[in-house]
Design a binder for this molecule. Structure first.
Ligand code: NAP
Ligand code: L37
Length: 297
């Protein structure tokens, strides 16, 4: 398969961030509005630290305000909830993201519930998942939104396509299924109890893998010509290099790339798009809060 069948998520995300930057310039000039994003990290999970740093950097580069809150892993639920209360009532903050996972003493659902749905840049609040399911102006979770944008860019109209999603989490699998359903795909959602996963995957015109198991999806699970989106982020030891890791997805890339029509790799696929979509969500949230029509991005 030639390289043009590999989706360059990094380049796609850079383009999207540039369009967001232009929209922000216009919002400042025309409405005196600078979208602001607050990112909250509790504890010192190394992967979360990398993502939060990248989110902060991308926010500033797009001309937006970034408010980073790094709290120790001993933070109590009350302390975190009181920070969220402050961010909810801060007019400079239009988007709030609490990076998951949270330490054990904190109830994740209680924290998500406490975020003002209008500022819920992750789209995890039940008001937003409800709106996504029922129709309405939802904030849409960043990772599935990024996957959908890449699929539409490569395939155009998705109507009538068979989409198989492996994974049913609230963060990725379920909202991904909802978005593909809204795009008129026929949906199958797989999980750990699915009876024959390889056979189900082989039906897919669009296959999204969001499992968290390194290279689980093999080349012979893929229908020739299918679009494959690998969401998985797995750190595996580098053979022969003690203490070093490499990043692999949920799809065995070297096998899959020869069968798939297009494929989003790991790294350099969905990850960068997740961050760009977070910025897009913050701009959308800021506009809605000010009664301005959000820009088409
Ligand atoms: P999660 O909450 O752990 O969910 C994993 C899903 O995979 C569950 O629904 C689980 O089924 C299913 N599963 C596990 N083992 C399976 C198996 N052997 N066969 C079939 N299904 C299986 O994970 P998540 O938060 O959705 O994340 C999934 C992956 O995406 C992780 O690698 C994560 O790091 C990555 N991720 C990447 C981004 C990004 O921006 N690139 C963003 C978020 C997450 P059950 O429901 O039956 O347990
Ligand atoms: N919105 N996203 C949101 N909220 C959360 O609570 N946990 C979580 C979340 N997940 C998340 O941020 N995931 C994520 C995963 C990968 C990247 C960014 C965000 C990413 O940039 N990946 C790069 C590689 C980065 C690396 O070297 O580790 C990639 O190219 O895939």
């Amino acid at each position: 398969m030639a390289d043009e069948n590999i989706i360059d998520g990094k380049a796609f995300a850079a383009d999207l961030r540039a369009r967001i930057g232009e929209a922000v310039t216009q919002l400042k000039a025309q409405h005196d509005l600078t979208p602001g994003l607050a990112v909250v990290l509790v504890g010192a999970d190394p992967a979360s630290q990398v993502y939060v740093r990248n989110k902060n950097k991308a926010t500033l580069e797009a001309g937006m305000q970034s408010f980073e809150h790094v709290l120790p892993d001993t933070t109590s639920q009350e302390e975190l909830l009181s920070l969220i209360e402050r961010l909810n009532s801060d007019d400079a903050v239009h988007g709030i993201l609490v990076q998951l996972p949270l330490p054990d003493q904190i109830d994740e659902q209680a924290v998500i519930d406490a975020i003002d749905p209008a500022k819920d840049a992750d789209g995890f609040h039940v008001i937003n998942t409800g709106r996504l399911a029922a129709g309405g102006d939802a904030m849409v979770p960043c990772t599935p939104l990024g996957c959908l944008m890449m699929l539409k860019d490569r395939l155009g109209d998705l109507s009538g396509k068979e989409a198989v999603i492996v994974g049913r989490s609230n963060i990725v699998g379920k909202p991904m299924a909802q978005l593909l359903l809204d795009a008129n795909c026929t949906i199958t959602i797989c999980h750990s109890r699915t009876a024959d996963l390889p056979a189900t995957c082989r039906r897919a015109d669009i296959l999204v893998a969001a499992v968290g198991r390194p290279e689980m999806v093999r080349g012979d699970w893929i229908k020739p010509g299918a679009a494959v989106i690998d969401v998985g982020i797995n750190r595996v030891p580098k053979p022969g290099e003690e203490g070093k890791f490499r990043l692999v997805g949920d799809v065995a890339f070297d096998e899959a790339k020869d069968v798939a029509g297009v494929i989003a790799p790991v790294p350099g696929g969905v990850g960068p798009m997740t961050i760009a979509c977070l910025l897009a969500n913050t701009v959308t949230a800021a506009c809605r809060q000010k009664g301005i029509e959000p820009p088409a991005l």
